[in-house]
Design a protein around this ligand. Structure first.
Ligand SMILES: Cc1cc2nc3c(=O)[nH]c(=O)nc-3n(C[C@H](O)[C@H](O)[C@H](O)COP(=O)(O)OP(=O)(O)OC[C@H]3O[C@@H](n4cnc5c(N)ncnc54)[C@H](O)[C@@H]3O)c2cc1C
Length: 202
């Protein structure tokens, strides 16, 4: 297709416009949902691939708006990533990007109680929260992420007693080490350099 497509999707700008394989934004190809890979300013402009129903709906609304709007009226896709699931009878909800973190703290509840809220931080800012059977707290943590609130969150800031835990390293894979794009090679000479795809093992 000539687009910046790889195993993690098609890279686009925050307005859902696809990049071509050179990293140049196209004017009339829009992507949304599972197939897209987009930068989010709250998470260091890192390219996110999200496979959640809620993101697909919110991003499609932005893509549709931008398709019919001239440049200055275009909107960015800035919805916070969120999803929930039920596993082994436990209600698990997540907001933000837990992998965009260097520390995590159990801010409410405990492992023993099987009810807790884990808050993730990156370089002193709250970037994500995951609750287990404590979904009521999620709105509060959403606000902390949206406002780039300091990490760890201050004691007593939530509507329940804070379980005074100390932040520990979140130990997520370094995103710089996760490259799933196609391998390309430069051809030609300046000013007309081009790219060709390098086949796996080729
Ligand atoms: C088993 C399972 C469970 C899930 N559970 C949850 C959940 O609990 N909560 C949650 O938030 N998300 C869940 N998801 C993820 C959620 O379903 C997706 O994030 C969402 O459907 C993405 O929507 P989309 O429109 O981007 O893509 P899709 O829903 O995949 O739609 C893409 C469409 O494009 C069509 N298509 C593909 N190729 C072509 C082609 N060449 N030409 C024309 N049409 C084509 C496909 O047939 C499909 O209909 C789950 C996914 C799976 C597989």
């Amino acid at each position: 297709s000539g687009l910046a497509a790889g195993p993690r999707g098609i890279t686009c700008d925050a307005g859902c416009r696809a990049f071509d394989m050179y990293g140049i934004v196209t004017d009339d190809v829009f992507v949304a949902g599972d197939v897209s890979r987009f930068p989010h300013p709250l998470f260091g402009y890192q390219l996110l691939s999200l496979e959640h129903w809620g993101n697909a709906v919110a991003q499609a609304e932005v893509a549709a708006h931008n398709m019919v709007s001239p440049g200055p009226l275009r909107r960015p896709h800035l919805a916070l990533p969120t999803f929930w699931s039920t596993q082994f009878g436990l209600n698990i909800k997540s907001v933000g990007v837990p992998t965009f973190s260097d520390q995590v703290v159990i801010a409410q509840g405990s492992l023993e109680a099987r009810r807790l809220a884990m808050v993730y931080g990156y370089q002193g800012r709250v970037t994500a929260a995951v609750t287990v059977d404590m979904a009521k707290s999620l709105d509060y943590y959403t606000h902390l992420i949206e406002t780039a609130a300091p990490f760890p969150p201050p004691p007593g800031a939530a509507d329940r007693a804070i379980a005074a835990d100390i932040p520990i390293p979140s130990d997520v894979p370094d995103p710089k080490g996760l490259s799933h794009g196609p391998t390309v090679a430069l051809t030609g000479h300046l000013p007309d350099r081009r790219l060709t795809l390098v086949q796996p093992g080729g």
